[in-house]
Ligand binder design. Sequence first.
Ligand code: FES
Ligand code: FES
Length: 156
Amino acid sequence: MAAIDWTVNGQRRRTDVAAGAMLLDVLRDELKLTGAKPGCGEGACGACTVLLDGRAVKACVTPALSARNKTVVTIEGLARGEELHPLQQAFLDVEAYQCGYCTPGMILGAAALLEREPAPGEARVRQALEGHICRCGTYPRIVEAVRRAALEMRRG
Ligand code: FES
Ligand code: FES
């Protein structure tokens, strides 16, 4: 066990982490943040995606110890109080989901993209979300939601 200091969804924390523990397990099991979903467990589906210092990472293959002194955002921490993040709102507005299992990871992957590229075209959104699998096949609406949110965010 080792204690790490980190910031999770805006809160400074100290958390005991087992050697070899993955970030996904610590978030879900220790912090009870279950928005990041377990899927393939090998970095191939994107269901477990969270932001680590603003970058989208697959939490199932990211050692928890690597989050020491860093900032993690999960889907639970994306909204600003009562106000949904524009991506969350856009996913709702265009119903960019069916079962919703891939949705938290998709949204955080898109959030990392829009942080760096405020006006991605359709092809770029598809490319950026390539590592995210939606078994329900809602890709066209996901892309539409991301582009709608990008427009909303540019309008401020
Ligand atoms: S569960 Fe992490 S990428 Fe699939
Ligand atoms: S909405 Fe079901 S996996 Fe994407």
